[in-house]
Design a binder for this molecule. Structure first.
Ligand SMILES: Nc1nc2ncc(COP(=O)(O)O)nc2c(=O)[nH]1
Ligand SMILES: Nc1nc2ncc(COP(=O)(O)O)nc2c(=O)[nH]1
Length: 536
């Protein structure tokens, strides 16, 4: 319903301090991702606008007029000196002049649609207005999950709708509670196109009603992805360089892994690593790492017997030069166990490649020192006002979540650093870093806390970092914490136990699982999906 708002804006735009506005974007015509990227670049090109944050990108069915292509939607947080009306003029100019939108009919297809959702003046006061051209807040905001879901990634859980005075997250849950399929969104992680085809990792979350209590909880319902490990290092702890360093035998192994996973899934991720990162291992030089990975990546991409669109390639490296060359050779994901800590140029490489995904892991210290850095104290926020949330509510029982909250706060620093360097939030996958600065018990605790990390957000000195909708990658395969419990002293003997751990990770909400033995683990993961995710 459209609110009966006052006809003129009641709160002046404060001169001097910039305003903050939230825009919603939608596109379902042409190269949709390029349209989004272009709209962001055009907004930033305006001297009076800075795009401060981008939300995830969601795919959704057309809401009002069905027979048109699916939309890509999301939200932006901008800082601006433009008044609401001038901001509207800029948005319309971008839509119709720059991106040549042709409006055939109401709610019809469009190359880009930029709507002003909320607008706050320099004092942080909400502008509420209604004229023939512009209604703020957007009148249909609280009926649209494709706007409120991305918006709830950008604003803190206590952000209220300026007219209803209700938290926006409550309006979103009210729509979800109607359990309409068309309100369920697919979160997309864009990947580089192959043969001109759009490629994405897709994750679908929805509210599930608990059969006994009737309580609604968010659950992932899309299939868990399997990431097969290809370590091309001579000394990797888990397969002792069995692969050797000839590309043809490595390519043969990759074909086997692809076959294993695609027999039960739509997509497969292959993670190629040229530097072992087991505790205290010797680190490869840049040339060694390049020599062990780039030619293999090229060989995979040149192999026409592989279904390239379904084969998602990842480079396991913390060196930005390796990442850059691997992207040029055809990888879709940079898997960085250091979360950007070991190479200050890594975020720039990712910012320059917005269609490449970035798996950001938590770690402390370095490969030599991390095993000694496993004390995660209860928080001592002496200097900052910090509020932490899970599922949008403040933590009640803090003692049982000390480890995962400390880990999340440290990961949030890296995450914010990446966004500040221009990495888009839609590129980022999070990994709690099993075995990196964690002891055996802490690794088990992390697995139990995956769903907490997935729904964690933190407000620190008015800076809000939200992990809502961030896919979680986890790498438990053949690691020591398994052997400590099963008594399997040799890593290569731990595949059955790894399968059990993989199922538990699915149960706790992991979205991607990194494993050595794809033949064995893909079945465990498929079984876990059919039990925990109602996917066949
Ligand atoms: N899924 C989806 N459906 C839609 N239907 C209509 C409009 C028209 O929106 P407008 O009223 O803001 O022009 N936009 C979308 C959209 O962005 N996504
Ligand atoms: N994202 C991610 N990447 C990783 N790469 C290497 C290792 C070390 O194990 P390996 O030497 O068996 O590959 N573990 C991880 C992990 O846990 N997560």
């Amino acid at each position: 319903e459209v609110f009966d708002l006052p006809a003129v804006q009641v709160t002046p735009v404060v001169s001097g301090k910039p305003s903050v506005a939230y825009l919603a974007f939608g596109t379902n015509v042409g190269n949709r991702l390029a349209n989004i990227q272009c709209a962001i670049d055009l907004l930033n090109a305006n001297a009076d606008v800075i795009v401060r944050k981008t939300s995830s990108i969601f795919e959704s069915e057309p809401m009002y007029f069905q027979n048109q292509p699916q939309f890509l939607n999301g939200c932006l947080e901008i800082e601006t000196r433009l008044s609401p009306n001038d901001l509207l003029r800029l948005c319309k100019h971008i839509e119709y002049e720059d991106l040549k939108r042709v409006k055939e009919f109401e709610n019809g297809p469009r190359s880009i649609d930029l709507d002003i959702i909320l607008y706050k003046n320099g004092n942080g006061e909400d502008i509420v207005m209604s004229t023939a051209d512009l209604v703020v807040p957007h009148p249909r905001l609280i009926e649209r999950t494709f706007v409120m879901e991305p918006l709830c990634e950008l604003v803190p859980p206590n952000e209220v709708h300026p007219v209803t005075a209700e938290p926006i997250i409550n309006h979103l849950n009210q729509v979800y509670e109607q359990l309409n399929d068309e309100d369920v969104l697919c979160k997309l992680i864009p990947l580089p196109k192959i043969n001109g085809a759009d490629r994405f990792l897709k994750f679908k979350n929805k509210l599930i009603k608990d059969t006994v209590s009737g309580r609604l909880t968010a659950a992932t319902v899309s299939p868990t992805l399997t990431m097969g490990i290809v370590n091309t290092t001579p000394d990797s702890f888990s397969d002792g360089g069995k692969l050797g360093n000839d590309v043809s035998s490595q390519l043969l192994r990759i074909k086997e892994m692809v076959q294993d996973v695609l027999s039960l899934n739509e997509q497969v991720i292959i993670d190629i690593g040229g530097c072992s990162t087991r505790p205290n291992s010797a680190q490869a030089t840049l040339d060694e790492e390049l020599e062990r990975t780039i030619s293999l990546i090229r060989a995979v991409r040149a192999c026409d017997s592989l279904p390239q669109e379904k084969v998602i390639l990842s480079i396991d490296t913390y060196q930005s030069e390796v990442a850059q060359q691997a992207i040029e050779a055809g990888v879709d994901i940079v898997n960085d166990i250091s979360g950007g800590k070991f190479d200050s140029n890594m975020f720039t490489v990712l910012a320059n490649n917005p269609a490449v995904a970035y798996a950001m892991s938590h770690i402390r210290g370095d490969i030599q020192s991390m095993s000694k850095l496993t004390v995660y104290d209860s928080e001592d926020y002496n200097e900052d006002a910090v509020t932490e949330y899970c599922y949008g509510h403040e933590f009640q029982n803090k003692d049982s979540t000390t480890l995962i909250r400390a880990l999340a706060r440290e990961l949030a620093v890296q995450y914010k650093g990446a966004l500040d360097m221009g990495v888009k939030s839609w590129q980022i996958i999070l990994d709690p870093g099993v075995g990196f600065a964690k002891n055996a018990d802490q690794n088990l605790d992390i697995i139990r806390s995956i769903h907490v990390l997935k729904n964690y957000s933190v407000l620190k000195n008015s800076e809000f970092v939200n992990f809502r909708n961030k896919p979680i990658l986890i790498g438990p395969s053949r690691k020591k914490f398994i052997g400590n419990i099963t008594g399997e002293t040799s890593a290569a003997d731990r595949d059955i136990s790894t399968g059990s751990v993989a199922s538990a990770c699915v149960g706790y909400g992991a979205d991607i699982i990194r494993v050595h033995n794809t033949a064995n683990c893909v079945k465990s993961i498929k079984m876990a999906d059919s039990i925990y995710r109602q996917t066949r």
